[in-house]
Design a binder for this molecule. Sequence first.
Ligand code: MAQ
Ligand code: ZN
Length: 373
Amino acid sequence: MSSTFRWICESTDGLARAGTLHTAHGPVQTPTFMPVGTAGTVKAMTMDAVRSTGAGIVLGNTYHLMLRPGAERVKQLGGLHKFMDWSGPILTDSGGFQVMSLGALRKLDQDGVTFQSHIDGSKHRLDPQRSTDIQHALDATITMCFDECPALPAAPEAIAASMRMSMRWAARSREAFIQREGYGQFGIVQGGTEPELRAESVKALTDIGFEGYAIGGLAVGEGQELMFSTLDVTTPLMPNDKPRYLMGVGTPDDLLGSVMRGVDMFDCVMPTRAGRTARAYTERGHINLRNARFALDARPLSPHCDCLACTRHSRAYLHHLFRADEILGPMLLTWHNLAYYQRLMRGIRAAIVDGTLSAHAEHLRAEWQAGDW
Ligand SMILES: Cc1cccc2c(=O)nc(N)[nH]c12
Ligand SMILES: [Zn+2]
């Protein structure tokens, strides 16, 4: 059986797609949510716990891993899969976004970015070649192009200049990419919320040719309405037979609306970050477990969940753990939130296969609106 990197579409419902992404590290059903494993760990989770949630693919970060422990060291230790005990596919982001978003002391030029580590102030350089080399050293299943994600709001000419620089960097990233059976590289569409710039960026990337295409430059404070309207003019221009990955998104409602606009892959720190800050996601929206109303609430977080927090513990116990600042609190709640996100994606996928996504979407939104049990 060929292990060529490819995405097979199995069902559609409107613009939504259900498919399977085949990679050197196994298949992943889409739509899929990728837990963020920034520095080689999905924070507060063992990889057995991540596997138990049904996650198929996880994310790593070039920026964090190049600074600590260092990409060459990870390579020497057998690559990121072995290092973090995850045999499934790993997608690594290319680092430029993290340099900007971490506000590291940096100097951007037309060829790349020079910055100081937020850890020890040491000087580093990232450009398309270096970023691609690092992702190769990490043995990433999916390598992301080195790009710039401009801060919004910004003048259209600034967005245009940034996008065109990212397209030049995409070409250099592709040249630096070492083709291997079952491995892929994704281009990243930029262009802010400007339809013409998004179209220009899609064309530039498809002219180069990638195994998949990401939509970057969103989830940077533009708001859901502008994000959705940008997707409306972007996904229809993207190749139908390649996976589409919306970077950094999002809430459960963002995921639903984006799948319905033709997106297949997602990553977001929301469920894991929320797990550390006592915010629990459930079928009825979200709740903050530090709230005193949970002190005597003996019910599980969600009656629909098979995670450890829901099958073995009560809301009152989780409330206690967060009030007592116990490490087990973030562990259990991260586990629950990731289990919820995976259950949400499985339910959406099943509805696409059944051709009932519109009704399922109405049901999900009504439940989120209904408020906690
Ligand atoms: C992680 C992430 C979120 C949001 C946007 C982006 C982006 O535009 N480019 C990259 N490389 N990563 C992003
Ligand atoms: Zn749970």
